[in-house]
Design a protein around this ligand. Structure first.
Ligand SMILES: *Cc1c(COP(=O)(O)O)cnc(C)c1O
Length: 397
Protein backbone atom coordinates (compact mmCIF):
# COMPACT_ATOMS: atom_id res chain seq x y z
CA UNK A 1 0.00 0.00 0.00
CA UNK A 2 1.08 3.56 -0.61
CA UNK A 3 2.56 5.30 2.42
CA UNK A 4 0.64 8.55 2.41
CA UNK A 5 -2.63 7.26 1.15
CA UNK A 6 -5.35 9.51 2.53
CA UNK A 7 -8.67 7.67 2.46
CA UNK A 8 -10.62 10.88 2.85
CA UNK A 9 -9.53 12.29 -0.49
CA UNK A 10 -8.79 9.08 -2.38
CA UNK A 11 -11.71 8.18 -4.58
CA UNK A 12 -11.20 5.57 -7.26
CA UNK A 13 -7.44 5.88 -7.72
CA UNK A 14 -6.03 4.04 -10.68
CA UNK A 15 -5.26 0.43 -9.86
CA UNK A 16 -2.94 0.02 -12.83
CA UNK A 17 0.12 -0.40 -10.61
CA UNK A 18 -1.59 -3.13 -8.62
CA UNK A 19 0.14 -6.51 -8.90
CA UNK A 20 -1.71 -8.42 -6.18
CA UNK A 21 -3.04 -11.89 -6.80
CA UNK A 22 -6.84 -12.06 -6.60
CA UNK A 23 -7.03 -13.60 -3.10
CA UNK A 24 -4.78 -10.84 -1.74
CA UNK A 25 -6.81 -8.17 -3.49
CA UNK A 26 -10.07 -9.43 -1.97
CA UNK A 27 -8.57 -8.95 1.51
CA UNK A 28 -6.73 -5.65 0.98
CA UNK A 29 -8.42 -3.72 -1.84
CA UNK A 30 -9.77 -0.35 -0.73
CA UNK A 31 -8.53 -0.89 2.81
CA UNK A 32 -6.68 2.04 4.36
CA UNK A 33 -6.35 2.45 8.13
CA UNK A 34 -8.57 5.29 9.35
CA UNK A 35 -6.27 8.32 9.69
CA UNK A 36 -8.17 9.70 12.70
CA UNK A 37 -8.10 6.56 14.88
CA UNK A 38 -6.03 3.85 13.17
CA UNK A 39 -9.13 1.64 12.83
CA UNK A 40 -8.01 -1.13 10.48
CA UNK A 41 -11.49 -1.64 9.03
CA UNK A 42 -13.28 1.07 7.06
CA UNK A 43 -15.71 2.83 9.43
CA UNK A 44 -19.40 3.05 8.57
CA UNK A 45 -19.61 6.77 7.85
CA UNK A 46 -23.30 6.93 8.72
CA UNK A 47 -23.75 10.58 7.88
CA UNK A 48 -25.70 12.49 5.24
CA UNK A 49 -23.59 15.62 5.30
CA UNK A 50 -20.06 16.83 6.14
CA UNK A 51 -18.89 19.97 7.93
CA UNK A 52 -17.27 22.34 5.45
CA UNK A 53 -14.05 24.10 6.56
CA UNK A 54 -15.16 27.21 4.66
CA UNK A 55 -17.52 28.24 1.87
CA UNK A 56 -16.33 26.57 -1.31
CA UNK A 57 -14.04 24.17 0.60
CA UNK A 58 -14.45 20.57 1.70
CA UNK A 59 -12.33 17.69 2.98
CA UNK A 60 -13.29 15.72 -0.13
CA UNK A 61 -16.88 15.07 0.90
CA UNK A 62 -19.87 17.39 1.20
CA UNK A 63 -23.05 15.32 0.89
CA UNK A 64 -23.43 11.52 0.88
CA UNK A 65 -25.46 11.28 -2.32
CA UNK A 66 -22.41 12.64 -4.11
CA UNK A 67 -19.76 10.74 -2.18
CA UNK A 68 -19.40 8.92 1.12
CA UNK A 69 -16.11 7.50 2.45
CA UNK A 70 -17.52 4.00 3.10
CA UNK A 71 -18.85 3.96 -0.46
CA UNK A 72 -15.50 5.21 -1.79
CA UNK A 73 -13.72 2.31 -0.07
CA UNK A 74 -16.19 -0.16 -1.61
CA UNK A 75 -15.81 1.41 -5.05
CA UNK A 76 -12.02 1.23 -4.82
CA UNK A 77 -12.24 -2.45 -3.82
CA UNK A 78 -14.62 -3.30 -6.67
CA UNK A 79 -12.42 -1.51 -9.22
CA UNK A 80 -9.42 -3.48 -7.99
CA UNK A 81 -11.21 -6.85 -8.11
CA UNK A 82 -12.40 -6.32 -11.69
CA UNK A 83 -9.06 -4.85 -12.77
CA UNK A 84 -10.70 -1.55 -13.74
CA UNK A 85 -9.75 2.07 -13.20
CA UNK A 86 -13.11 3.11 -11.77
CA UNK A 87 -16.11 1.66 -9.99
CA UNK A 88 -19.44 3.19 -9.01
CA UNK A 89 -21.78 1.62 -6.47
CA UNK A 90 -25.57 1.70 -6.64
CA UNK A 91 -28.55 0.84 -4.48
CA UNK A 92 -29.27 -2.30 -6.55
CA UNK A 93 -28.11 -4.17 -9.60
CA UNK A 94 -31.07 -2.73 -11.48
CA UNK A 95 -30.10 0.82 -10.45
CA UNK A 96 -26.61 0.18 -11.86
CA UNK A 97 -28.10 -1.12 -15.12
CA UNK A 98 -30.54 1.78 -15.36
CA UNK A 99 -27.77 4.31 -14.78
CA UNK A 100 -25.55 2.73 -17.44
CA UNK A 101 -28.43 2.69 -19.94
CA UNK A 102 -28.74 6.49 -19.49
CA UNK A 103 -25.62 6.74 -21.66
CA UNK A 104 -27.84 5.45 -24.47
CA UNK A 105 -30.05 8.16 -25.95
CA UNK A 106 -33.52 8.12 -27.57
CA UNK A 107 -33.23 6.71 -31.09
CA UNK A 108 -30.17 4.63 -30.12
CA UNK A 109 -30.25 0.87 -30.37
CA UNK A 110 -29.08 -1.86 -27.97
CA UNK A 111 -28.32 -5.49 -28.82
CA UNK A 112 -28.96 -7.72 -25.80
CA UNK A 113 -29.02 -11.44 -25.13
CA UNK A 114 -32.25 -13.41 -25.40
CA UNK A 115 -31.60 -15.10 -22.05
CA UNK A 116 -31.38 -12.37 -19.42
CA UNK A 117 -32.19 -11.78 -15.80
CA UNK A 118 -35.98 -11.16 -15.77
CA UNK A 119 -35.62 -7.72 -14.19
CA UNK A 120 -33.15 -6.61 -16.86
CA UNK A 121 -35.56 -7.72 -19.58
CA UNK A 122 -38.39 -5.84 -17.83
CA UNK A 123 -36.30 -2.65 -17.54
CA UNK A 124 -35.28 -2.81 -21.20
CA UNK A 125 -38.58 -3.92 -22.70
CA UNK A 126 -41.20 -2.29 -20.47
CA UNK A 127 -39.49 0.86 -19.21
CA UNK A 128 -36.69 2.02 -21.48
CA UNK A 129 -38.47 1.42 -24.79
CA UNK A 130 -40.98 4.09 -23.69
CA UNK A 131 -38.06 6.56 -23.56
CA UNK A 132 -37.23 5.91 -27.21
CA UNK A 133 -34.49 3.27 -26.81
CA UNK A 134 -34.65 0.30 -29.18
CA UNK A 135 -33.65 -3.24 -28.28
CA UNK A 136 -32.92 -6.41 -30.22
CA UNK A 137 -32.82 -9.62 -28.19
CA UNK A 138 -30.61 -12.19 -29.89
CA UNK A 139 -28.75 -15.39 -29.10
CA UNK A 140 -25.45 -13.87 -27.96
CA UNK A 141 -23.81 -17.31 -27.76
CA UNK A 142 -23.68 -16.96 -31.56
CA UNK A 143 -21.33 -14.08 -32.54
CA UNK A 144 -22.91 -13.98 -36.01
CA UNK A 145 -26.29 -13.29 -34.45
CA UNK A 146 -24.78 -10.30 -32.64
CA UNK A 147 -23.16 -9.04 -35.83
CA UNK A 148 -26.37 -9.37 -37.84
CA UNK A 149 -28.32 -7.42 -35.23
CA UNK A 150 -25.93 -4.45 -35.28
CA UNK A 151 -27.22 -1.20 -36.84
CA UNK A 152 -25.61 2.19 -37.45
CA UNK A 153 -27.56 3.41 -34.36
CA UNK A 154 -26.33 0.58 -32.13
CA UNK A 155 -24.67 2.16 -29.12
CA UNK A 156 -24.40 -0.80 -26.75
CA UNK A 157 -24.13 -4.58 -26.77
CA UNK A 158 -25.35 -6.13 -23.50
CA UNK A 159 -24.13 -9.60 -22.55
CA UNK A 160 -25.07 -11.62 -19.53
CA UNK A 161 -22.63 -14.53 -19.26
CA UNK A 162 -23.19 -17.04 -17.79
CA UNK A 163 -26.82 -16.06 -18.28
CA UNK A 164 -29.60 -16.24 -15.75
CA UNK A 165 -31.13 -18.89 -15.58
CA UNK A 166 -30.02 -21.03 -18.54
CA UNK A 167 -26.26 -20.57 -17.94
CA UNK A 168 -25.57 -19.82 -21.60
CA UNK A 169 -22.02 -18.64 -22.10
CA UNK A 170 -21.21 -15.90 -24.63
CA UNK A 171 -17.72 -15.23 -25.97
CA UNK A 172 -16.80 -11.85 -24.44
CA UNK A 173 -13.72 -11.29 -26.59
CA UNK A 174 -15.59 -11.81 -29.85
CA UNK A 175 -18.54 -9.72 -28.72
CA UNK A 176 -16.15 -6.88 -27.82
CA UNK A 177 -14.55 -7.00 -31.29
CA UNK A 178 -17.95 -6.89 -32.99
CA UNK A 179 -19.24 -4.05 -30.77
CA UNK A 180 -16.10 -1.99 -31.30
CA UNK A 181 -16.10 -2.49 -35.06
CA UNK A 182 -19.52 -0.78 -35.01
CA UNK A 183 -18.32 1.95 -32.62
CA UNK A 184 -20.55 0.55 -29.89
CA UNK A 185 -19.75 -0.32 -26.26
CA UNK A 186 -19.83 -3.79 -24.76
CA UNK A 187 -21.33 -4.17 -21.28
CA UNK A 188 -21.13 -7.51 -19.44
CA UNK A 189 -23.37 -8.44 -16.52
CA UNK A 190 -20.80 -10.42 -14.53
CA UNK A 191 -23.09 -11.25 -11.61
CA UNK A 192 -23.06 -15.04 -12.10
CA UNK A 193 -19.29 -15.41 -12.42
CA UNK A 194 -18.10 -12.62 -10.11
CA UNK A 195 -14.59 -11.22 -10.64
CA UNK A 196 -13.23 -14.32 -8.89
CA UNK A 197 -13.96 -16.34 -12.04
CA UNK A 198 -14.19 -13.90 -14.94
CA UNK A 199 -12.85 -10.40 -15.62
CA UNK A 200 -14.60 -8.97 -18.68
CA UNK A 201 -12.57 -5.73 -18.90
CA UNK A 202 -9.43 -7.77 -19.60
CA UNK A 203 -11.36 -9.55 -22.39
CA UNK A 204 -12.26 -6.27 -24.08
CA UNK A 205 -15.53 -5.21 -22.41
CA UNK A 206 -16.08 -1.50 -21.75
CA UNK A 207 -18.35 -1.91 -18.73
CA UNK A 208 -18.86 -4.59 -16.12
CA UNK A 209 -22.19 -4.53 -14.27
CA UNK A 210 -22.90 -6.40 -11.05
CA UNK A 211 -25.73 -7.18 -8.79
CA UNK A 212 -23.50 -7.12 -5.68
CA UNK A 213 -26.55 -8.58 -3.91
CA UNK A 214 -25.33 -11.96 -5.16
CA UNK A 215 -21.79 -13.41 -4.95
CA UNK A 216 -19.92 -10.20 -4.14
CA UNK A 217 -22.01 -9.51 -1.03
CA UNK A 218 -22.35 -13.24 -0.63
CA UNK A 219 -24.52 -13.42 2.50
CA UNK A 220 -28.05 -12.58 1.28
CA UNK A 221 -28.17 -9.54 3.56
CA UNK A 222 -27.97 -6.54 1.19
CA UNK A 223 -29.24 -5.28 -2.17
CA UNK A 224 -26.58 -3.52 -4.23
CA UNK A 225 -25.12 -2.96 -7.65
CA UNK A 226 -22.00 -1.65 -9.37
CA UNK A 227 -20.50 -0.53 -12.66
CA UNK A 228 -16.76 -0.96 -13.23
CA UNK A 229 -14.93 0.59 -16.18
CA UNK A 230 -11.60 1.90 -17.48
CA UNK A 231 -12.48 4.90 -19.61
CA UNK A 232 -12.33 8.28 -17.89
CA UNK A 233 -14.84 10.16 -20.06
CA UNK A 234 -17.56 7.55 -19.55
CA UNK A 235 -16.70 7.47 -15.84
CA UNK A 236 -17.22 11.22 -15.53
CA UNK A 237 -20.65 10.89 -17.18
CA UNK A 238 -21.65 7.96 -14.97
CA UNK A 239 -20.34 9.68 -11.86
CA UNK A 240 -22.55 12.68 -12.68
CA UNK A 241 -25.50 10.32 -13.21
CA UNK A 242 -24.83 8.55 -9.91
CA UNK A 243 -25.05 11.87 -8.10
CA UNK A 244 -27.77 13.47 -10.23
CA UNK A 245 -30.11 10.46 -10.25
CA UNK A 246 -29.19 9.39 -6.72
CA UNK A 247 -29.69 5.61 -6.74
CA UNK A 248 -26.85 5.26 -4.23
CA UNK A 249 -26.34 2.65 -1.51
CA UNK A 250 -26.26 3.66 2.15
CA UNK A 251 -23.04 3.42 4.18
CA UNK A 252 -24.22 0.34 6.12
CA UNK A 253 -24.90 -1.58 2.92
CA UNK A 254 -21.51 -0.51 1.55
CA UNK A 255 -19.87 -1.79 4.72
CA UNK A 256 -21.69 -5.14 4.55
CA UNK A 257 -20.72 -5.52 0.89
CA UNK A 258 -17.09 -4.78 1.75
CA UNK A 259 -17.23 -7.27 4.60
CA UNK A 260 -18.71 -9.87 2.28
CA UNK A 261 -16.23 -9.43 -0.55
CA UNK A 262 -13.23 -10.05 1.71
CA UNK A 263 -14.03 -13.79 1.46
CA UNK A 264 -15.11 -13.82 -2.21
CA UNK A 265 -12.14 -15.92 -3.37
CA UNK A 266 -12.66 -18.58 -0.70
CA UNK A 267 -16.41 -18.69 -1.13
CA UNK A 268 -16.27 -19.02 -4.91
CA UNK A 269 -13.90 -21.99 -4.63
CA UNK A 270 -16.38 -23.76 -2.36
CA UNK A 271 -19.38 -22.81 -4.56
CA UNK A 272 -17.64 -24.19 -7.66
CA UNK A 273 -16.51 -27.45 -6.02
CA UNK A 274 -19.97 -28.13 -4.62
CA UNK A 275 -21.79 -27.14 -7.82
CA UNK A 276 -19.68 -29.48 -9.93
CA UNK A 277 -20.43 -32.42 -7.63
CA UNK A 278 -24.14 -31.55 -7.49
CA UNK A 279 -24.26 -31.24 -11.30
CA UNK A 280 -22.53 -34.62 -11.72
CA UNK A 281 -24.88 -36.26 -9.22
CA UNK A 282 -27.95 -34.86 -11.00
CA UNK A 283 -26.65 -35.79 -14.48
CA UNK A 284 -26.60 -39.46 -13.39
CA UNK A 285 -30.03 -39.40 -11.71
CA UNK A 286 -32.79 -41.26 -13.63
CA UNK A 287 -35.47 -38.63 -12.82
CA UNK A 288 -33.40 -35.83 -14.33
CA UNK A 289 -33.93 -34.99 -18.02
CA UNK A 290 -31.19 -32.40 -18.44
CA UNK A 291 -28.58 -30.68 -16.29
CA UNK A 292 -27.03 -27.41 -17.38
CA UNK A 293 -23.69 -26.48 -15.82
CA UNK A 294 -20.82 -24.83 -17.71
CA UNK A 295 -18.38 -27.23 -16.04
CA UNK A 296 -19.92 -30.33 -17.64
CA UNK A 297 -18.61 -31.53 -21.02
CA UNK A 298 -22.25 -31.72 -22.13
CA UNK A 299 -22.65 -27.93 -21.81
CA UNK A 300 -22.91 -26.44 -25.33
CA UNK A 301 -20.43 -23.62 -24.57
CA UNK A 302 -18.16 -25.66 -22.29
CA UNK A 303 -15.07 -24.71 -24.33
CA UNK A 304 -15.73 -20.97 -24.22
CA UNK A 305 -16.46 -21.24 -20.51
CA UNK A 306 -13.08 -22.91 -19.99
CA UNK A 307 -11.36 -20.22 -21.99
CA UNK A 308 -12.82 -17.13 -20.35
CA UNK A 309 -13.68 -18.34 -16.84
CA UNK A 310 -11.26 -19.75 -14.28
CA UNK A 311 -14.02 -22.04 -12.91
CA UNK A 312 -17.65 -22.69 -13.92
CA UNK A 313 -19.46 -21.07 -10.98
CA UNK A 314 -22.04 -22.06 -8.38
CA UNK A 315 -25.26 -22.09 -10.42
CA UNK A 316 -26.84 -25.26 -11.82
CA UNK A 317 -30.11 -25.59 -13.71
CA UNK A 318 -32.04 -28.72 -14.54
CA UNK A 319 -35.24 -30.13 -15.94
CA UNK A 320 -36.96 -33.35 -14.82
CA UNK A 321 -38.72 -36.02 -16.83
CA UNK A 322 -41.93 -35.16 -15.01
CA UNK A 323 -41.63 -31.54 -16.26
CA UNK A 324 -43.40 -28.74 -14.37
CA UNK A 325 -45.32 -30.83 -11.83
CA UNK A 326 -42.16 -32.75 -10.87
CA UNK A 327 -40.21 -29.49 -10.64
CA UNK A 328 -42.81 -28.04 -8.26
CA UNK A 329 -42.64 -31.18 -6.13
CA UNK A 330 -38.85 -31.16 -5.86
CA UNK A 331 -38.66 -27.40 -5.20
CA UNK A 332 -41.02 -27.79 -2.25
CA UNK A 333 -39.47 -31.01 -0.86
CA UNK A 334 -35.86 -29.91 -0.45
CA UNK A 335 -34.92 -28.80 3.05
CA UNK A 336 -31.38 -27.41 2.80
CA UNK A 337 -32.06 -25.97 -0.67
CA UNK A 338 -34.52 -23.30 0.44
CA UNK A 339 -37.29 -22.15 -1.89
CA UNK A 340 -36.32 -18.53 -2.53
CA UNK A 341 -35.35 -16.22 -5.38
CA UNK A 342 -31.86 -14.65 -5.51
CA UNK A 343 -28.54 -16.48 -5.49
CA UNK A 344 -24.89 -16.26 -4.60
CA UNK A 345 -25.23 -16.43 -0.82
CA UNK A 346 -23.47 -18.95 1.39
CA UNK A 347 -26.75 -20.91 1.72
CA UNK A 348 -28.21 -23.11 -1.02
CA UNK A 349 -31.41 -21.95 -2.73
CA UNK A 350 -33.84 -23.52 -5.19
CA UNK A 351 -36.38 -21.79 -7.42
CA UNK A 352 -38.48 -22.15 -10.57
CA UNK A 353 -37.51 -19.24 -12.87
CA UNK A 354 -40.65 -19.35 -15.06
CA UNK A 355 -42.88 -18.81 -12.01
CA UNK A 356 -40.56 -16.54 -10.00
CA UNK A 357 -37.45 -14.67 -11.21
CA UNK A 358 -38.37 -14.78 -14.90
CA UNK A 359 -42.17 -14.47 -14.66
CA UNK A 360 -41.91 -11.15 -16.57
CA UNK A 361 -40.97 -13.16 -19.66
CA UNK A 362 -44.04 -15.41 -19.72
CA UNK A 363 -45.91 -14.87 -23.02
CA UNK A 364 -42.84 -13.33 -24.64
CA UNK A 365 -40.43 -14.91 -27.12
CA UNK A 366 -37.99 -15.16 -24.19
CA UNK A 367 -40.26 -17.37 -22.03
CA UNK A 368 -38.45 -19.93 -19.87
CA UNK A 369 -39.48 -23.62 -19.72
CA UNK A 370 -41.93 -23.86 -16.76
CA UNK A 371 -40.20 -27.10 -15.71
CA UNK A 372 -36.78 -25.48 -15.28
CA UNK A 373 -35.28 -25.61 -11.77
CA UNK A 374 -32.48 -23.24 -10.82
CA UNK A 375 -30.12 -24.11 -7.97
CA UNK A 376 -27.80 -21.69 -6.24
CA UNK A 377 -25.36 -24.13 -4.70
CA UNK A 378 -24.07 -22.85 -1.37
CA UNK A 379 -20.95 -23.63 0.63
CA UNK A 380 -22.44 -26.27 2.95
CA UNK A 381 -20.92 -29.77 3.02
CA UNK A 382 -21.67 -31.21 -0.40
CA UNK A 383 -22.72 -34.60 1.04
CA UNK A 384 -25.56 -32.89 2.89
CA UNK A 385 -26.59 -31.04 -0.27
CA UNK A 386 -26.66 -34.22 -2.34
CA UNK A 387 -28.55 -36.10 0.38
CA UNK A 388 -31.14 -33.32 0.37
CA UNK A 389 -31.60 -33.52 -3.41
CA UNK A 390 -31.75 -37.33 -3.22
CA UNK A 391 -34.62 -37.31 -0.71
CA UNK A 392 -36.50 -34.62 -2.68
CA UNK A 393 -36.14 -36.55 -5.96
CA UNK A 394 -37.28 -39.73 -4.19
CA UNK A 395 -40.62 -37.99 -3.56
CA UNK A 396 -41.28 -38.30 -7.32
CA UNK A 397 -41.54 -42.10 -7.13
C1 LIG B 1 -30.15 -10.23 -9.44
C2 LIG B 1 -29.61 -9.89 -10.76
C3 LIG B 1 -29.70 -8.59 -11.26
C4 LIG B 1 -30.44 -7.48 -10.55
O1 LIG B 1 -29.81 -7.12 -9.36
P1 LIG B 1 -30.58 -6.52 -8.07
O2 LIG B 1 -29.48 -6.32 -7.10
O3 LIG B 1 -31.60 -7.54 -7.67
O4 LIG B 1 -31.24 -5.26 -8.52
C5 LIG B 1 -29.11 -8.32 -12.49
N1 LIG B 1 -28.48 -9.29 -13.19
C6 LIG B 1 -28.40 -10.56 -12.74
C7 LIG B 1 -27.69 -11.57 -13.57
C8 LIG B 1 -28.96 -10.90 -11.52
O5 LIG B 1 -28.89 -12.17 -11.09
Amino acid sequence: MEENHDPVTSNNPSMAENTWQFETATVHAGLHPDPATGAIMTPIYQTSTFVLPDIGESKGFDYSRGDNPTRSALQEALATLEGGNYALSFASGMAATDTLLRLVKPGDHVVAGNVLYGGTYRLFQQILTSYGLEFSFVDTTDPQAIEQAMRPQTKLVWLETPSNPLLKVSDIRRAAKIAHSFDAWLAVDNTFASPALQRPLALGADFVVHSTTKYIGGHSDIIGGAIILDEEAAYEQLKLLQKAVGAVPGPMDCYLTLRGLRTLALRMKAHCQNALQVAQYLADHPAVAQVTYPGLDSHPQHKIARRQMSAPGGMVSLTLHGAEQAARTVATKTKLFTLAVSLGGVESLIELPASLTHATMVDTPLAIDPGLIRLSVGIENVDDLIADLRQALAALN
